[in-house]
Write a protein that binds this ligand. Structure first.
Ligand code: 8YV
Length: 309
């Protein structure tokens, strides 16, 4: 059996299965373990939270494969691994539905102000003040998607059920029935709702900037289930404070964990603490896939879901 190192706790299922495979748990070893045994490690289990950077790669000179829990791989040195012929897997597909469900939850919550309406009832204001202010319609309106990958496509499919007019932007047009809009700015100008569903890297950093937010406009709503780094958060705060943007629903933030007061206290902003994939069913599937990738690699040298980029 190849020597398997686990960098971080992943979840009860994965942790138990990796233990059965004989994984060494780095967080339970002493500080010198890596220097003493790094050269024996051939397989690595990690997560998008813990990542695997260039320093870790150099501590593991015989590494052949990395299996990482999570669809994102922004915390993994994928280029460095590839340069050494190390195979890298993530856990895509199995979380698409849950992340898309949450994107729609945020979209409806921000548009119909569900959290603020709930607070209104909890504070007894319904009885004292009467009707809650009217809000903005969702169904039949314009949905723009930044990044029509697996999650973006799942968001779009749900949009069809809400009779939305759907357009998207990204690196290139896809063979789908939605209109491709090459310019994000033009997409934002057109859209009532802009859903960010792309990953976070140098190419997507601050793609949603002040100009895009302003184009989305006073009644526009921004949803982000991709990565916090895609949205210029200071520009978002400024746009909301100036009344230039209608609202936002965010599952990911710059500098997370935690949200700045300027966003957290606003009635037209709904924030969830990065829980897109956080359901029992999806997290189990992600954990299982993390382990299955390693088993497949051990069996025939191929990962089930290699990172595609
Ligand atoms: C996790 C994610 O919820 O898979 C990813 O890339 O962002 C999510 O599934 C997240 O990593 C929680 O910290």
């Amino acid at each position: 059996m190849s020597s398997l190192l686990q960098l971080t706790p992943i979840g009860p299922l994965a942790d138990a299965l990796l233990a059965e495979m004989g994984a060494v748990r780095l967080w339970q070893e002493d500080a010198g373990w890596l220097a003493r045994h790094g050269a024996d490690v051939e397989l690595l289990a990690t997560s998008v939270r813990r990542g695997c950077d260039a320093a870790m790669l150099s501590a593991l000179p015989m590494l052949r494969a990395i299996s990482s829990w999570g669809a994102g791989y922004d915390t993994l040195d994928v280029a460095g691994a590839r340069a050494r012929g190390i195979a890298v897997a993530n856990t895509p597909d199995v979380l698409d539905d849950c992340v898309a469900d949450l994107a729609w939850g945020l979209l409806i919550a921000a548009s119909r102000r569900i959290p603020a309406a709930n607070r209104y009832v909890q504070a007894g204001e319904w009885r004292q003040l009467g009707q809650f202010p009217i809000t903005t319609k969702v169904s039949g309106r314009r949905l723009g998607i930044l990044g029509l990958g697996r999650i973006g496509s799942a968001v779009a499919r749900r949009g069809e059920g809400f009779s939305m007019d759907i357009r998207y932007t990204g690196r290139s047009p896809r063979d789908v029935g939605y209109v491709f809009e090459p310019s994000l700015l033009a997409l934002a100008e057109w859209a009532d709702f802009l859903v960010v569903a792309c990953g976070g890297d140098a190419e997507t950093f601050h793609l949603v900037d002040a100009a895009v937010l302003c184009a989305l406009g006073k009644s526009g709503i921004l949803i982000n289930v991709g990565r916090g780094s895609v949205v210029d958060q200071s520009a978002l705060v400024e746009a909301l404070e100036a009344g230039e943007l209608g609202g936002a629903g965010l599952d990911v933030l710059e500098g997370e964990p935690g949200a700045p007061e300027a966003l957290a206290r606003r009635d037209n902003v709904v924030i969830t603490p990065h829980v897109g994939s956080a359901t029992v069913q999806t997290r189990q599937a992600m954990e299982q896939l993390t382990v299955d990738n390693l088993k497949a690699f051990l069996q025939d040298g191929r990962l089930l879901t290699p990172v595609k980029s």
